[in-house]
Design a protein around this ligand. Structure first.
Ligand code: SAH
Length: 594
């Protein structure tokens, strides 16, 4: 299950929220901005709850049940995800599961209530009677048909008893009315449900489908074409397109009377890790995609992949080298994480300037999904808190390429790696170093890593927004650091940018090792720009103790600036004004030119 969001409205709920937080590693407390500070600030309760709900995030809201219901009500008519939603009294005296009966809300209600030493307000009849939700089997099991499940449970509630056929360890402690001669049966089986109304069928995820792409696919891969569209024959095409792969797996399952919901994973050869058709096929089948390497001398049969990847006993049900599909059946549900290896991932993210609300949601999601987090110590700390199961590789090492290589080493071993930069990862930060390391290595395993770059709010944009809109017209971003480029290049660019009347955002304006460069840069700019030109200085924007000042180019001294400062030098049209008597000052560059 996803990690829940714990949502509070005021300081009175914080202590209870923190107690609930200890139950769910990695969970965060969302707090109403201006009223109470916790892990993630939000501006408006309704919008925040709806966003969490739509993302499928379980919600524990420490406020009146009615408020929660009103907030999410507009989303309830849509079918789709229904995550657990609970209302908890802010003093911890009541725990009320509201939504997500099939997603484990009652389990959460029991956990939270136990931690708070109160009885949970469970209202689900089946749950009350049997002590468990029969329709919500644990991970590794899937209910065949929810409609049939509901009918079945109402029969039990009406007084019937049931047999249990197959292995259902989670039902051992349930107070089910059992009888060996019962008309009703709970059947735990990988075989498809045959439509019988007196059976509740639950599928253990105990089938693994191996796909090799079929005869000819290996040769196709050998000439370097991973694209599905270039297959020379219809047979090959069907084995290499996502629809073809998913269809051939479904056909094989059907032949053996197996339910698609019994599938635990799709398994493919490691050299096809980067093939998008496989990722799509696994998504179609709604199972994890795993990889294994067979030895060339073992030949082509797809069953070899099963042999290479499965570490528990299984029965080979199907082995069709022409279609390139094999099926393995294990005795119990099998955890996909134990089958072969995953395709590793490397996501390069930007944290934004510092505060959590200026980090884009995709970066937060990547952090939540990561097994390993790499980056410069200060930034890694800003990205936390992390779960105990996440590996942190913080370093004060400024060797960016070495850090990038470390990230690829981890990701190519199947880990889910996030590389952290401040601001935007593509602006004077790690994304370019990661690509440079990848290009230089020419390493197939690194190339197979699922690489993504998630943008962030760069310091210039965050500073500009606080000041007003100094970047409202053409502008450029320059790093004044001559660590990685010769000073003469910087001088040339400054001259051209100043002459072109571009607003300039200076990154890395000064440091102890580079004390004179900023003065030199300002001398160049002053040769082209009036002394009255506004200059915005943003220091530690989005972080504690941030400051924002506007000075003129004439007044500016390098002692006003340090390495945590963003310097935005206006163009000839950049203006500043104070609205009304009391208001603060705004700086902007108009959209037009004279
Ligand atoms: N990738 C980062 C920039 C890294 S270069 C980004 O997109 O923002 C580092 C420089 O960025 C610092 O020397 C400083 O000039 C600027 N900077 C980064 N964070 C800042 C912040 N919170 N406030 C002001 N300037 C910042």
């Amino acid at each position: 299950m996803n990690v829940p969001a714990i949502v509070i409205l005021g300081p009175g709920a914080l202590a209870t929220a923190r107690r609930i937080q200890t139950l769910y590693a990695g969970s965060q407390v969302y707090a109403l901005q201006g009223r109470v500070a916790a892990d993630v600030p939000y501006a408006e309760l309704g919008a925040q709850l709806r966003e969490l709900y739509a993302r499928g995030t379980p919600i524990v809201a420490l406020c009146a049940a009615g408020i929660v219901i009103r907030c999410v009500a507009p989303l309830l008519t849509n079918k789709g995800v229904e995550p657990p939603v609970l209302a908890v009294a802010e003093d911890g005296s009541a725990v009320v599961p509201l939504l997500g009966g099939l997603a484990g809300v009652n389990v959460m209600a029991r956990e939270i209530a136990a931690a708070l030493s109160v009885p949970p307000a469970i209202t689900t009849s089946g749950e009350l009677r049997f002590g468990t939700c029969v329709l919500n089997p644990p991970d590794g099991y899937a209910l065949a048909d929810i409609g049939q499940g509901k009918r079945f449970v109402s029969d039990l509630l009406a007084g019937e008893s049931t047999r249990v056929e197959g292995e259902a360890p989670w039902l051992d402690d349930a107070q089910l009315p059992r009888s060996a001669s019962a008309r009703l049966a709970i059947r735990v089986t990988p075989r498809s449900w045959n439509g019988r109304a007196d059976e509740l069928v639950i599928h253990p995820r105990s089938v693994v489908a191996a796909v090799t792409g079929g005869a000819g696919a290996a040769a196709d891969t050998a000439v370097g074409s991973a694209s599905a569209g270039v297959a020379a024959s219809a047979g090959m095409a069907s084995a290499r397109t996502s629809a073809g792969i998913a269809a051939s797996v479904r056909t094989a399952l059907n032949e053996h009377g197996l339910a698609t919901l019994s599938l635990a994973a799709l398994l493919a050869p490691s050299d096809r890790m980067a093939d998008p058709a496989l990722a799509q096929a696994a998504a179609d089948l709604d199972v994890p995609l795993r990889f294994a390497q067979t030895r060339p001398e073992d030949g082509d049969p797809p069953s070899n992949l099963l042999h290479a990847a499965l570490r528990i006993p299984y029965e080979t049900l199907h082995d069709d080298p022409d279609a390139g599909v094999a099926l393995a059946l294990t005795a119990l549900a099998v955890d996909a994480n134990t089958i072969g290896a995953a395709r590793g991932r490397l996501t390069v993210i930007g944290l934004g300037p510092g505060s959590a609300e200026l980090m884009v949601p995709a970066a937060r999601l990547a952090l939540d999904d990561a097994t390993d987090i790499l980056g410069y110590d200060t930034y890694v700390k800003m990205a936390g808190p992390f779960r105990a199961d996440q590996q942190i590789h913080g370093t004060d090492n400024r060797e960016e390429l070495q850090r990038a290589r470390h990230a690829f080493e981890l990701a190519s071993a199947g880990r889910s790696v996030v590389m952290v930069s401040s601001g935007d990862p593509g602006v004077f930060a790690m994304a370019a170093a990661v690509l440079e390391a990848l290009e230089a290595a020419g390493n197939d395993a690194w190339s197979a890593v699922e690489l993504a770059i998630v943008p962030g709010v760069s310091a210039a944009l965050a500073t500009a927004a606080q000041a007003g809109a100094p970047l409202g017209h053409d502008f450029c971003m320059l790093s004044l650091s001559d660590n990685l480029k010769p000073w003469r290049i910087i001088e040339t660019r400054l001259r051209h940018a100043a002459e072109a009347d571009l607003v300039m955002a200076f990154y890395n304006p000064i440091s102890r090792a580079r004390p004179w460069q900023l003065d030199k840069a300002l001398d160049i700019v002053r040769a082209y720009r009036a002394a009255a030109t506004p200059v915005v200085l943003g220091r530690d924007i989005g972080r504690p103790g941030s400051t924002l000042r506007t000075v003129t180019l004439g007044e500016l001294r390098s002692s006003d600036v340090d390495m945590r400062t963003m310097v935005i030098v206006g163009s000839s049209t950049t203006r500043r004004f104070t609205p009304g008597v009391e208001g603060g000052e705004w700086v902007y560059t108009p959209r037009w030119y004279e």
